[in-house]
Design a protein around this ligand. Structure first.
Ligand SMILES: Cc1cc2nc3c(=O)[nH]c(=O)nc-3n(C[C@H](O)[C@H](O)[C@H](O)COP(=O)(O)OP(=O)(O)OC[C@H]3O[C@@H](n4cnc5c(N)ncnc54)[C@H](O)[C@@H]3O)c2cc1C
Ligand code: FES
Length: 262
């Protein structure tokens, strides 16, 4: 699997909603090698502060070699990234980790919650590229409110995908959880659910899928220092005992492999 550490040019920075930023980078090598669910480690400042790179899911790639990340501003690194302007160079390491496995199932359901929406656009695009039957995946997106969610839905709608929405405050779509919406889809063991988002959301999706015997893959988020299996900082507990590294064994896992505590 090819990985690159490169300085790449920032082509565009967009504020898509309050505190949510999308960067478009000219990164042809990483974009060509990436699969959905993989991530990049980004050096957020040229100096030593912040020292560590920050991990971000690959949000989208284009055949012209562009790569996008989508992130929420939560601390020093993301604040600094949000201030970057077109023309600046950023150091990227990637693509890293194991991505989603796109099966033969023509009944794929993609569930993204909060910034877990980021990898779902790349995944949805890849499904459409691989689909020979014209079957489109179903997408459920969840967020705190419509203000955060609506701007993120546009890219999925542009792909011709219908999006089902759920918000915590009921200001857009279903008032409640993405799992409420998932239950209405009558998925079967022939379906596959692909999920990324807050841990409680993915735990609830796993339990629902387990009950109905529906295959489910989840992309987990942990604190990551190196992103390459060297620092042991990203351990996730396994159902069979022991730990896996989210960065090199994941971040995508079969949900049943992980130990979930609710
Ligand atoms: C594989 C992977 C993919 C990710 N993809 C995305 C993405 O597409 N979009 C996005 O917005 N974020 C994503 N994240 C989370 C992102 O890496 C963190 O938000 C970022 O590192 C915070 O950096 P900071 O310097 O701004 O904040 P810091 O100053 O480092 O931390 C600020 C706050 O955020 C918390 N925090 C830091 N890292 C994480 C984390 N990994 N998970 C949960 N809380 C964290 C800290 O505990 C602290 O409370 C991903 C994380 C992983 C592991
Ligand atoms: S982040 Fe260092 S081992 Fe995973």
């Amino acid at each position: 699997m090819s990985q690159f550490q490169q300085n790449v040019e920032l082509i565009q920075s967009e504020v898509v909603a309050a505190g949510i930023v999308r960067l478009t980078l000219n990164a042809p090598d990483i974009a060509a090698a990436a699969v959905p669910g993989q991530f990049v480690m980004v050096q957020t400042a040229p100096g030593l502060d912040p020292l560590l790179r920050r991990p971000f899911s690959i949000h989208q790639v284009s055949s012209e070699g562009l790569l996008q990340i989508l992130f929420k501003v939560v601390g020093r690194g993301t604040e600094r990234l949000a201030q970057c302007r077109a023309g600046e160079q950023l150091s990227l390491l990637g693509p890293l980790g194991n991505g989603f496995v796109l099966g033969e199932s023509c009944n794929a359901c993609l569930v993204g919650g909060g910034m877990g929406i980021a990898p779902m656009l790349f995944l949805a695009s890849r499904f459409l590229q691989q689909s020979h039957s014209g079957v489109t995946p179903r997408v459920i997106l969840g967020a705190r409110n419509g203000e955060e969610l609506v701007p993120l839905m546009g890219d999925f709608l542009d792909l011709g995908i219908e999006v089902l929405a759920a918000t915590d405050d009921g200001s857009f779509g279903h008032h409640g959880l993405v799992t409420d919406v998932l239950k209405t889809l009558n998925l079967t063991s022939q379906s596959t659910v692909y999920s990324c988002g807050p841990k409680p959301m993915m735990g609830a999706i796993h339990h629902l899928c387990q009950k109905e015997n529906i295959p489910c893959q989840v992309s987990v988020e942990t604190v990551m220092a190196c992103g390459m299996g060297a620092c042991l900082g990203c351990a996730v507990p396994l159902k069979a005992g022991g730990y896996a590294h989210a960065c090199s064994d994941g971040p995508v896992f079969e949900a049943g492999e992980l130990l979930w505590s609710l």
